[in-house]
Design a protein around this ligand. Sequence first.
Ligand code: DHK
Length: 145
Amino acid sequence: MPRCIHVLNGPNLNRLGKREPEVYGRTTLAEVEAMCRAEAGGDEVVFRQTNHEGQLVDWIHDAIDSEAAGLIINPAGLTFRSIPVLDALKMVKAPIIELHISNIHRREAIYHQSLVSTVATAVIAGLGARGYATAMRAMRDMLDA
Ligand code: DHK
């Protein structure tokens, strides 16, 4: 069965390209998805975005139940205070890469304390949208090791 890597995106990321371009750049979410698929090689990709905490939790459960080989997640604003997202991620047995387009540690203090980082295998932050391609390559390298 081919490996499947799930890429999950949280609130407001549907507005990439026009949302605070000075912070997030001008790459759209559709372009980000295309980058992920271009880097996937022979692996399958599930790519999703939601503005709703419960939907993100359900999609983490889906990654678990479908035995996703790896999970790349940009929880966006749900990174910092969402116990439901954290609790769902604690059930994930596959590698988790936490991804942020911006360097959250160089931004306002509200963005400095990630709950997700307490369970993530690795964290990528500050590479801009190309961080997604980096995360996909890193995930595939981990799975191939
Ligand atoms: C995206 C968001 O929407 C913010 O809430 C995070 C993250 C940063 C990003 O850089 O991708 O704080």
